[in-house]
Design a protein. Structure first.
Lengths: 156, 83
């Protein structure tokens, strides 16, 4: 049975506990929920915030495609993906993936897969706001992110 | 067709979007990147290394060999850094 993932691209923060409840609350078949929360870190005290630029329309479309692929590869009972945009201060949430399934392996793997794909395929870009008020740079993509995708493609 | 730019591609070109009429000879994504690079200093700076530029047509990722549609929204941007 195919599920309908909940996808949200939003400026406001999210509540992880509320999202778990929304995914699994009142259900007797969901034995496992794995959540991943990505947060804004300060890079050894040099940053105050990140500016998350996104491509409206494509961000939702691309996350939906990635989520649909995850729902096809693993037997999931629920899936939620939330990605924020705009100015996000150090310590604030950026992204949430919550996957629910009968037992844990499907949820762990699906959450990992979703994050690997979102890193390199979802149209978001991070710009740094620096503590010293110097012009912050755009965060560079990592080669290891592309390698993570190649590993999933090999194991398809 | 409509072009949209993001992140440092947008900053270097100096605008977020524009409508262009492309010459007939500009048939593929790769042709478009070459042609745009000749339109001025900002474009040249943004597209100096065309191989790193990611492209989407109507909200879907495409590679540089993809033929351009007659109309639609073409997005140019750097490698993504979400998550």
């Amino acid at each position: 049975m195919s599920i309908a993932p909940r996808i949200s691209v939003q400026e406001q923060d999210f509540d992880v506990a509320a999202e778990i409840e929304r995914l699994a609350g009142g259900r007797k078949d969901v034995g496992a929920v794995v959540t991943f929360t990505g947060r804004c870190r300060d890079e050894d005290g040099t940053l105050t915030a990140l500016e998350l630029e996104h491509y409206p329309g494509m961000a939702e479309a691309e996350i939906s495609r990635i989520a649909a692929e995850a729902a096809e590869r693993w037997n999931l009972l629920g899936l939620t993906v939330i990605h924020r945009y705009g100015r996000i201060a150090v310590g604030e949430n950026i992204v949430l993936v919550a996957a629910g399934s009968k037992s844990r392996n499907a949820s762990f793997e699906a959450a990992n897969f979703l994050m690997d794909y979102m890193k390199s395929r979802a149209p978001f870009w991070k710009k740094e706001h620096r503590v010293d008020h110097q012009e912050g740079g755009w965060v560079a993509a990592k080669e290891s992110d592309e390698e993570a995708l190649a590993a999933w493609q090999k194991n398809a | 067709m409509k072009l949209v730019y993001f992140a440092w591609v947008r900053e270097r070109i100096g605008k977020g979007s524009e409508i262009i009429d492309r010459p007939e000879a500009v048939a593929t994504v790769s042709d478009l990147l070459d042609w745009l690079a000749g339109r001025g200093e900002g474009y040249a700076a943004a597209l100096a290394h065309p191989e790193v530029i990611r492209v989407a047509i109507d909200h879907e990722h495409v590679d540089h060999h993809t033929p351009l549609p007659a109309d639609g929204e073409i997005a140019l941007f750097p490698p993504m850094t979400g998550g």
